[in-house]
Design a protein around this ligand. Structure first.
Ligand SMILES: Nc1ncnc2c1ncn2[C@@H]1O[C@H](COP(=O)(O)OP(=O)(O)OP(=O)(O)O)[C@@H](O)[C@H]1O
Ligand SMILES: [Mg+2]
Length: 318
């Protein structure tokens, strides 16, 4: 049984201008201990996916369809009480802004201790040891001293490490990381990525890594989902997707990356912009920007499957 099985998930926002379908039949599976990358341009639905999985979608948003099976349990019918057991213990999230998960008026050590104590009965000494261990694992120097610090006394990179320590401390089955390194400088970004992957491997924790930059997940993820306007338009093993994309949108994302051959040249960018959800074109939402579009693209592309790959394009790349 897969750790996470998402089937036809639909999340909608009921706004004055109409119903915006931010997730349109999103499906994927994630095995224990694996890393799944979710990539796509701004507004494609990456964060809504994360919030839907954590049951953190608020009004005017609503999960209106589909299934989220986690360890065989249907999370869509889980009670508030059940969610408080799961969140922070079996499923944890790391946000782009570490202050979304940290309390500004609480010392770092006390916050992490609380995350443990909410979910486990343990002596103070045991908890303290666990906190020290978690801070060490995320590469925080002099963790015994840092435990006494308030979040604002730490650098951005250190603060994000504390937020990650807070996510891993109970050895969850799943961590969802929503662009946790984009605000940090490139060297620290690479370090944290490497360490998160290592941590996930070590503890058998599965990881969902959300980013707008497909090159970030290249060396990190096992599988990748590419999102466009609320749909997963391509999914598969990361190396296959990068070396041989099937959907023209994925091709565009890859061609927009800087690499050795286009060094110094003007980078390719996909023409046009993502359409607003309230005025999506009928059929394939990428068609108006796609050089391969034909009249048939006015129909909604179903999911085409072949071996470990799937995509939603009537005219995939060969
Ligand atoms: N609170 C809200 N009210 C109305 N619509 C919303 C709300 N939150 C999200 N949406 C809709 O869902 C779409 C997807 O948003 P989401 O935050 O998931 O994008 P994203 O892929 O995470 O983008 P980014 O890379 O900028 O973080 C938005 O374009 C917007 O149309
Ligand atoms: Mg986002």
């Amino acid at each position: 049984m897969a750790l996470l099985e998402v089937k036809n998930l639909v999340t909608e926002f009921h706004t004055e201008g109409g119903v915006a379908r931010a997730l349109d039949n999103v499906s994927f599976t994630l095995e224990r201990g694996k890393v799944l990358g979710i990539v796509g341009e701004s507004g494609s639905g990456k964060s809504v996916t994360a919030f839907s999985l954590m049951n953190l979608v608020d009004k005017p948003g609503l999960i209106s369809g589909g299934e989220i099976m986690f360890n065989g349990e249907n999370l869509r019918t889980a009670s508030v009480k059940r969610w408080s057991q799961l969140r922070g213990d079996r499923i944890a999230m790391v946000f782009q802004d570490p202050m979304m998960s940290l309390n500004p008026v609480m010392r770092v050590g006390a916050q992490l201790a609380e995350t443990v104590a909410i979910h486990r009965k343990a002596s103070r000494l045991e908890v303290e040891q666990q906190v020290l261990e978690a801070l060490k694992r995320v590469g925080i120097p002099a963790p015994a001293e840092r435990m006494k610090a308030y979040p604002h006394e730490l650098s951005g990179g250190m603060r994000q490490r504390v937020a990650i320590a807070n996510a891993i401390i109970n050895k969850p089955d799943l961590i969802i990381a929503d662009e946790p390194t984009t605000a940090l400088d490139v060297t620290i970004q690479a370090q944290i990525l490497y360490e998160m992957k290592h941590l996930a491997r070590e503890s058998g924790t599965a990881l969902i890594w959300i980013t707008h930059d497909i090159s970030v997940v290249k060396d990190l993820a096992d599988e990748v989902c590419v999102m466009y306007a609320g749909r997963i338009i391509e999914r598969g093993p990361v190396a296959q997707i990068i070396n041989h994309p099937l959907h023209p949108y994925t091709r565009g994302l890859i061609d927009s990356l800087p690499h050795a051959e286009n060094h110094g040249k003007r980078l390719y960018s996909i023409p046009g912009a993502t359409p607003p959800l309230l005025s999506l074109p009928p059929g394939c939402s990428f068609a108006p920007r796609c050089s391969r579009a034909k009249p048939g693209c006015g129909m909604t592309p179903p999911v085409f499957r072949a071996e470990s790959r799937e995509h939603r394009c009537f005219f995939p790349l060969a």
